[in-house]
Write a protein that binds this ligand. Structure first.
Ligand code: GAL
Length: 672
């Protein structure tokens, strides 16, 4: 999808405020440089106050005020938060949670995604909205629902699950075989006997206790259910318009109840919500690499630039009062998403609300509606984007490194985390942070992505591994690529059953190694490894897993130096076609990943964009052959950066060479 301008705007809830205030809001928005506003995503009760009675007059009026100031509109379908009259109609419209409890009214996202009656009403409200707004030039697109997700375990879902299974397995014998239901005598003789994987009251740390094959399929089915639900609304919209875009606001890297690669298939482009600092984060967790990882993940979903539909505009709090970002941080965080591929940014929200659950979630304006420090900071950004937005728009991030992740593997680890200290997302994040600290850009790609164009592909703990994925990786390595595996790779097949092979299973041959013993380390004990590579001769502590390796064709590059497996291989490198395959038999801390990443990137001829002090992030985007280099200072000190050539500062058009000092929480965009 191509846009003619960089969109900069805000999420606005005019229905929360007196109509007399709307013109003043819109004048302030215009002055801040906003050219887009998202409306209506939680306004179902205002648009359909009673069953079948629709009222768009108020929305027409606000859209007119906005469009008179050349501010365009994205409309949200309001289905994340249904009105009470709808939910009062049938008890089973409410979701059942994983403990088997049916939700009640009073929050949002309470609906069952498979309920035919909810489908019917969602289709109707979406259709009515589009019928009304398809021809409105100010409305350029649609956001479906809000942050889809939350699994349901009700009887309607159970029936749908049975249908889903019938399609996947055709006959029950096949399912019984693939799931290995002979274990504990779970051999099904009728589809209707198959349960949903409720969290049973089991002793601590024994997890769900359901058959992992059943459970993985249920997680997949739930993800598909939301995709179907989203598609129903997309179809409603496409009855009336082919011009307005359709997107959905996803939740970044950490959310994992949906297979986001599937979720975005039916959308024109990806949008997501970027919250750096909320009431739920500790100060110590504020890590610039987290938001960067989310942005790179969102860009990787379609391998295209994205919109940020909700960018933090103040502190994020619900029951506790938000911790306000420091001066400079809102702008810095917003530019960070641009550095990673945003072609539009909308701040959440315009004005802090006086009523409801989110009274402590700060908008651009405070409760009183008088512009203050946050407004001024965003206005500064607005005036900068008026100058440079067109240069940024559509510029591409082109990393040479990919980290491969899979939602099937995520779902499988949700069911069986394998080791109490192991967290797949954290493992990816740790590896990503190694690249981030080295200023080496990364794409986060799916297990199905073509790997053409990359030099190095890191494949952390790819637990569920198929023949197809293996062929893809082999082809990449044969063609000269560097592939890196870590423990828990190749353990399971597509049905979440353990492979009948030595680990790392299907990729054992390309890695030239077999795992003799996989040791799940105690939570209070680490091991140690010693590397013996020419530019990496260090010792590191090793944690969580110790895969004792037996090279078949690979060369050993690290040994364990502790415990009964001392002296045995801990990491190997195998020549494979024109490329190399590395197996790292353990996990480690930040120093380990930073060292590993630098050394192994060197093997792939991938180098840091620039060397910078810790806390200064570097990212690049390319517009044709023009390079845009972003330097972002996330620290509270001035930072002096040694440059590698002559540049122009895009923000003031002045030339710069040798060194540059970036003030605290500030940034610079350089062009060659
Ligand atoms: C987002 C959500 C918004 C708002 C915000 C603050 O995740 O999409 O609707 O709730 O959080 O809580």
């Amino acid at each position: 999808m191509k846009f003619s301008k960089f969109y900069f705007g805000v999420d606005y809830y005019p229905e929360h405020w007196p109509e007399e205030r709307w013109p003043e809001d819109v004048i302030l928005m215009k002055a801040a440089g906003f050219n887009i506003v998202r409306l209506a995503e939680f306004a179902w009760a205002k648009m359909e106050p009673q069953d079948g009675q629709f009222d768009f007059d108020w929305l027409d009026r606000v859209i007119e005020i906005l469009s008179n100031q050349d501010i365009q509109v994205v409309l949200g379908t309001p289905t994340a938060s249904p009105p009470p009259w709808l939910m009062a109609k049938q008890k089973d419209l409410f979701r059942v949670d994983s403990q088997g409890n049916r939700l009640t009214y009073g929050n949002r996202r309470e609906y069952c995604p498979n309920h035919p009656f909810y489908h019917q009403h969602s289709h109707q409200i979406a259709s009515k909205m589009v019928e009304h707004y398809a021809g409105n030039k100010a409305v350029i697109g649609w956001q479906i629902d809000n942050e889809l997700g939350s699994r349901c375990y009700c009887n309607i879902c159970r029936d749908r699950f049975h249908k889903w299974l019938q399609k996947r397995y055709q006959d029950l014998d096949n399912l019984n075989k693939k799931w290995g239901t002979v274990f504990w005598s779970h051999i099904y003789t009728d589809w209707s006997q198959i349960p949903v994987p409720l969290k049973l009251p089991l002793p601590a740390n024994t997890g769900y206790g359901q058959n992992p094959s059943l459970h993985l399929d249920y997680n997949r089915f739930m993800s598909d259910s939301y995709r179907t639900y989203q598609k129903l609304q997309i179809d409603a919209i496409r009855q009336y318009t082919s011009e307005q875009f359709i997107t959905h606001n996803l939740m970044g890297f950490r959310y994992d109840e949906l297979n986001y690669y599937d979720t975005v298939e039916d959308l024109d482009f990806v949008s997501w919500d970027n919250y750096w600092r909320t009431q739920w984060n500790m100060e110590s967790e504020l890590d610039p690499s987290s938001a960067a990882l989310s942005a790179d993940t969102m860009r990787g979903l379609k391998r295209q630039n994205f919109w940020v539909m909700e960018q933090q505009s103040g502190g994020g709090g619900w029951d506790t009062v938000a911790i306000t970002p420091k001066p400079g941080q809102l702008r810095l965080w917003a530019y960070q998403t641009i550095a990673h591929g945003a072609d539009a940014i909308l701040f959440f929200r315009w004005r802090t609300c006086r009523t409801g659950t989110e009274q402590n979630w700060q908008g651009v304006l405070e409760h009183h509606g008088i512009p203050g420090r946050r407004y001024d900071e965003i206005l500064q950004m607005g005036s900068e984007l008026e100058k440079i937005g067109r240069v940024l728009l559509g510029a591409q991030n082109t990393p040479q490194v990919a980290i491969m992740q899979s939602y099937d593997t995520r779902f499988a680890f949700q069911i069986q985390p394998n080791n109490p200290r192991f967290d797949y997302k954290q493992h990816i994040q740790d590896i990503y942070r190694g690249f981030f600290r080295a200023n080496i850009p990364v794409d986060i790609v799916s297990e199905k992505t073509s790997l053409d164009g990359y030099k190095l592909v890191f494949v952390p703990a790819m637990y569920i591994l198929t023949e197809k994925m293996t062929r893809n990786l082999e082809q990449f390595a044969k063609g000269g690529g560097v592939v890196i595996f870590t423990p828990r790779t190749g353990v399971k097949d597509d049905f979440n059953t353990v492979v009948n092979k030595k680990l790392p299973g299907l990729v054992s041959q390309m890695a030239g190694v077999e795992v003799e013993e996989y040791i799940s380390m105690p939570i209070d004990e680490d091991s140690e490894i010693q590397f013996a590579l020419s530019d990496l001769e260090s010792q590191f502590s090793a944690s969580v897993w110790a895969d004792v390796l037996k090279p078949t064709t690979a060369q050993t590059v690290a040994h364990f130096t502790k415990d009964y497996y001392t002296g045995q291989a801990a990491a190997t490198i195998n020549a494979f076609g024109d490329g190399k395959v590395i197996y790292l038999g353990t996990m480690g801390d930040d120093t380990y990943y930073e060292a590993i990443v630098r050394t192994l990137s060197g093997l792939a001829d991938v180098h840091p964009l620039l060397e910078t002090p810790i806390g200064v992030e570097v990212a690049e985007r390319w517009k044709g052959d023009q390079r845009l280099l972003f330097l972002l200072n996330h620290t509270l000190q001035n930072q002096e950066i040694q440059l590698d050539g002559r540049y122009i500062n895009l923000l003031d058009n002045k030339p710069i060479k040798d060194t540059i000092t970036i003030p605290p929480l500030d940034l610079i965009v350089l062009v060659d």
